[in-house]
Design a protein around this ligand. Structure first.
Ligand SMILES: Cc1ncc(COP(=O)(O)O)c(C=O)c1O
Length: 396
């Protein structure tokens, strides 16, 4: 399969394309924002869905043990951790799970720690559920984001009840090492802070880095952690609404199962059922190929910016396909930067300030697209910067 193929998503009912006007106020933008891929998923997944469609009966779905087994096999093979299938539940999405966990496993007024800047729904699932958000800002050391353990310990000592971990981290692109996770995990254990680990990007990890599930590090951390995983980023299946939650014990697993039952969102859908199992059983080769392609995109972005637009400094993600562009060199505030990207460069990107004000002069670019789209997008950016430079020269 060639990832260079540009697939017209105009009839794909794609949020990334069809919501441009609503989100950015115009339609003529290259969409590099919401985190899905512009690539077709792996052939075995498409085949499994077609076969299921050909059956023609789409009644209530029963999820067989083999569904959970396929996830456990994948985790054992690629992440050196075999979760217990009976401690797992299917859920519609990771954000759904995070919100339900916070609503039902914490109490109003509980303090919950997040490491900012971070995936912006983390703010909403805490605040909009009436819990207190506690920020443990990441430190930028020599251009590399690190955890601030001293500050984390202070917040843990101050009575935080839960820690919402983003691992690998969106948007800073870190794949936390075992040492880092052990250290933060030890603090949680010392102060009785429970962990909810969002590991949706677990499989989007580049050479030289390895995803470690925090629950796999020790028995104590396994008992202290609820892990949310999904094949949606890995195989570009976000529209199928499939994710899983791994609990530390049957009691919590049954409590969550009951919540899903009350909402009547336990069973369906019949398409994600076959897609997920096919993905975890037969999708590895496709994943390895797509990761190589995306890495090529990272290289292209970095080389292009260095050579042509040094005002923009992209990172080189260890994990996730989301590139953080440091745009401080443009000297624009967050509103002007947004306006510049949309109305001058004609790009739809995630604004850095959505993740935290510390990223006010940053943008996040989704690099999971054919290279030619990036070539065009970066050229548009370079042209817009050229005009900006000329205007600035005239002012001087
Ligand atoms: C860290 C993180 N969690 C969750 C999600 C969304 O997951 P879902 O679509 O399963 O709710 C994303 C999507 O970008 C993400 O980056």
């Amino acid at each position: 399969m060639s990832f260079d193929e540009i697939i017209d998503r105009k009839n794909n009912f794609s949020a990334k394309y069809d919501e441009l006007e609503q989100k950015f106020g115009r339609n003529d933008l290259i969409p590099l924002w919401i985190a899905d891929m512009d690539f077709k998923t792996a052939a075995p997944i498409i085949e499994a869905i077609k076969e299921r469609a050909d059956q023609g009966i789409f009644g209530y779905t029963s999820r067989p043990d083999s569904y959970y087994q396929s996830v456990c096999d994948w985790f054992e093979k690629y992440h050196d951790w075999r979760p217990e299938p009976q401690l797992m539940l299917h859920s519609l999405g990771v954000v759904v799970s995070l919100s339900l966990l916070i609503q039902n496993f914490t109490c109003p007024g509980d303090k919950i720690i997040i490491q900012t800047p971070v995936y912006y729904p983390f703010f909403d699932v805490i605040r909009k559920n009436g819990r207190i958000l506690v920020e443990n800002p990441l430190l930028k050391v020599n251009g590399h984001y690190e955890m601030d353990y001293a500050d984390f310990e202070k917040q843990a000592r101050n009575g935080a009840k839960y820690f919402l971990l983003c691992s690998p981290h969106n948007p800073v692109g870190r794949v936390w090492t075992k040492e880092e996770l052990s250290r933060i995990g030890e603090i949680c254990l010392k102060y009785g802070v429970r962990i909810i680990a969002d590991e949706i990007h677990a499989d989007i990890v580049f050479p030289g880095h390895k995803h470690v599930s925090i629950a796999s590090i020790s028995e104590a951390l396994q008992h202290n952690t609820i892990t949310c995983i999904a094949p949606s980023k890995t195989f570009n299946l976000a529209g199928l609404q499939a994710s899983l939650v791994i609990f530390p014990n049957m009691e919590e697993r049954n409590k969550f199962d009951n919540i899903l039952g009350v909402l009547d969102i336990k069973r369906n859908s019949c398409f994600n059922l076959v897609a997920v199992e096919a993905a975890y059983r037969h999708g590895r080769e496709w994943l390895e190929d797509v990761l190589k392609y995306i890495e090529g995109n990272f290289k292209y972005i970095n080389e292009f910016c260095k050579k042509n637009i040094p005002e923009i400094k992209p990172n080189y993600p260890e994990g996730t396909y989301l590139v953080l562009l440091d745009c401080q060199g443009l000297g624009l505030d967050k509103k002007a930067l947004h306006d510049f990207m949309v109305n001058k460069a004609k790009l739809a990107l995630d604004d850095g300030f959505w993740f935290s004000n510390v990223l006010a002069q940053h943008m996040r670019l989704n690099a999971a697209c054919p290279r030619q789209i990036l070539v065009k997008a970066l050229q548009q950016l370079a042209d817009a910067i050229h005009v900006l430079r000329t205007q600035n020269d005239k002012k001087i």
